[in-house]
Design a protein around this ligand. Structure first.
Ligand SMILES: [Ca+2]
Ligand SMILES: [Ca+2]
Ligand SMILES: [Ca+2]
Ligand SMILES: [Ca+2]
Length: 254
């Protein structure tokens, strides 16, 4: 929390006491005044931060007012330093999150999925490249062919925010994103076991609310064409627009 003290925006610690009898108090609280609140980590649940302003005179009954706050965050993570894992630490000590929006780095490097692991054929009976069939499942339905894809993690915090629209967008048309049911069993079917995550649609109800059809499913990125692109997870709600992005570089072949 911050307060303007002698013309400077000054960080204050709570509880902050404005006492007109305190000779060390640089500035007596005058009414009205403006305080500034900064979110430093996301809420665990909606409206879980309470703030209280209390007016007190010695030997008198307190007079207090409360309000509640929620700190929201939208977070898309990938293995942006290409060491084989997604670092769960999103702080400045983490290794992936801090570089995912860096223009000077390739971001996650993945191959274009243009081989034939899925064993599919086109209408003329010729082999069909994996990327030409918008399904991650082998031709007999028995295997999920994720070996040429890379995982990403999408989160909107705190959970249960039904009033926000969460969207995924992609620049460059270089990738598609699949959601895979962690409880999937063969034969694998669309909707039950996997789903193509639509770009530009509101994903909140299906993907981010407990009980949604694809809630808790794991996301995988498939490269479709060589080049550099950006995946962005967006949040719109409560008068706020937030975004988090990851950079991707698709190389020639899987
Ligand atoms: Ca992130
Ligand atoms: Ca990593
Ligand atoms: Ca493949
Ligand atoms: Ca495919």
């Amino acid at each position: 929390m911050y307060e303007v003290i002698e013309g400077q925006l000054t960080r204050i610690t709570l509880p902050r006491v404005w006492d007109p009898n305190d000779p060390d108090n640089p500035e007596v609280f005058s009414n009205p005044t403006t305080l500034y609140v900064e979110g430093v980590q996301p809420s665990v649940m909606l409206r879980d931060i309470w703030m209280r302003l209390r007016y007190r005179l010695p030997d008198y009954v307190d007079c207090a007012k409360f309000f509640k706050l929620t700190v929201v965050e939208v977070d898309l993570d990938a293995d942006s330093n290409n060491d084989g894992t997604i670092d769960p630490d999103d702080s400045s000590n983490g290794t992936d999150d801090i570089i995912e929006a860096d223009d000077d780095r390739p971001g996650k490097i993945l191959g274009v999925n243009d081989d034939y692991d899925e064993g599919k054929l086109d209408a003329a009976g010729s082999p069909l490249a994996d990327l030409d069939d918008a399904s991650p499942v082998s031709s007999d339905g028995a295997a999920m062919m994720l070996d040429d894809m890379v995982p990403c993690i999408a989160a909107s915090l705190p959970p249960g925010d039904a009033d926000a629209a969460i969207t995924l967008t992609s620049t460059g048309g270089l990738v598609r994103v699949f959601a895979i049911n962690p409880a999937a069993v063969p034969p694998y079917n669309q909707g039950e076991d996997w789903q193509l995550v639509p770009f530009g649609a509101n994903l909140t109800g299906d993907y981010f609310l407990d009980g949604g059809a694809y809630y808790g499913w794991r996301w995988w990125i498939e490269g479709l064409a060589p080049g550099a692109g950006v995946l962005t997870l967006g949040y719109q709600g409560h008068g706020l627009t937030l975004e988090d992005e990851v950079r991707l570089t698709c190389t020639g072949s899987a």
